[in-house]
Design a protein around this ligand. Structure first.
Ligand SMILES: Nc1ncnc2c1ncn2[C@@H]1O[C@H](COP(=O)(O)OP(=O)(O)OP(=O)(O)O)[C@@H](O)[C@H]1O
Ligand SMILES: [Mg+2]
Length: 223
C-alpha cells in the first residue's frame, strides 16, 4: 500500500515537472528582458535562474564592461564609471538573439530591443545588511541604500522605456525560486497591476530619511 502510494506520488511529481517544463518552453521571448535594480537586490542570482529555465542566453553588463574595458575605476567613490553610450553600442554588437540582461543600469538597450524591464526592489534596511556584509565604504553603502529608498532605478527605467514596459517586484522575504516564478507570470500575462512601477514605496515605511540614515549608520557601526 505504502509502495503504491509512493509510486503515485512519484508519478504525480514527474507529471508536474513535465508540465512546468512545457509551460516554460511556451514562453517565447520576442525581445530582451532587462533585470535591473540597486546593487545587491539579487539581479545576478535571479537572472541566472531565469535564463536557465527559459533556455535563453544571459548577458551580464558587468562582464561586458570588464571584457571591453568600458569602465574606469574612481577611487573616490569606489565605483566604476561606465560610459553608458559605449556600453549600449557594444551590447548591440554582441546581441544576436533575445537574451536576459543583468544590469544595474536600466537604460542599457534601445527600447525596440526590450520587451520587459524588471526592477528588483528590496527593503532598504535589508539591502543595507547585504551591502554592509560586502565591506563597502560607508559612503557607498549610504548612497546605494538611499537610492533604493527613493526608487531611483525605477525612475530611470520608466524615464527611458515608459510605464508600459517596466514592472517592479518587491523581493523582500521571497525566495529566488518564487521570484523567478513571479517574473514568468509577468512575462506570460504582461500587464499585472500589482507590479506597476512606483507601487513599491519605501518612503511610506521609512518616512524620515534622516532617521533612516542614522539607523543604517548604527548598523554599520555595530557590524
Ligand atoms: N531573494 C533572495 N533571498 C535571499 N538572498 C538573496 C536573494 N536574492 C539575492 N540574494 C543574495 O543577495 C546577495 C546579492 O545578490 P546578487 O549578487 O544576485 O545581487 P546583484 O543585484 O546582482 O548585485 P550587484 O549589483 O552588486 O551585482 C547574494 O548573496 C545573494 O545570494
Ligand atoms: Mg550582480
Amino acid at each position: 500500500m505504502v509502495k503504491q502510494l509512493k509510486s503515485v506520488v512519484y508519478k504525480l511529481y514527474i507529471l508536474i515537472l513535465i508540465m512546468i517544463r512545457r509551460s516554460d518552453r511556451a514562453i517565447m521571448l520576442q525581445n530582451c528582458i532587462v533585470i535591473t535594480g540597486s546593487p545587491g537586490t539579487g539581479k545576478t542570482l535571479i537572472s541566472r535562474i531565469l535564463s536557465k529555465q527559459l533556455q535563453v542566453p544571459l548577458i551580464k553588463a558587468t562582464e561586458i564592461v570588464i571584457r571591453y574595458k568600458l569602465g574606469s575605476y574612481d577611487p573616490e567613490s569606489d565605483t566604476y564609471d561606465v560610459d553608458a553610450e559605449e556600453l549600449r553600442r557594444v551590447l548591440l554588437k554582441v546581441l544576436n538573439a533575445p537574451a536576459i540582461i543583468d544590469s544595474v543600469i536600466p537604460d542599457i538597450l534601445p527600447q525596440e530591443f526590450v520587451e520587459l524591464v524588471v526592477v528588483l526592489r528590496l527593503d532598504p534596511m535589508i539591502l543595507a545588511r547585504r551591502l554592509i556584509a560586502r565591506n563597502w565604504k560607508v559612503k557607498k553603502i549610504l548612497e546605494n541604500v538611499e537610492a533604493e529608498l527613493l526608487g531611483i532605478i525605477t525612475y530611470e527605467a520608466v524615464e527611458y522605456y515608459g510605464l508600459e514596459k517596466v514592472v517592479e517586484i518587491d523581493t523582500t522575504g521571497k525566495s529566488p525560486k518564487y521570484l523567478v516564478e513571479e517574473i514568468k507570470q509577468i512575462i506570460r500575462a504582461k500587464n499585472l497591476s500589482e507590479y506597476r512601477p512606483f507601487t513599491v514605496d519605501w518612503l511610506a515605511k521609512y518616512e524620515d530619511p534622516m532617521k533612516f540614515r542614522k539607523q543604517v549608520l548604527a548598523m554599520i557601526n555595530n557590524y
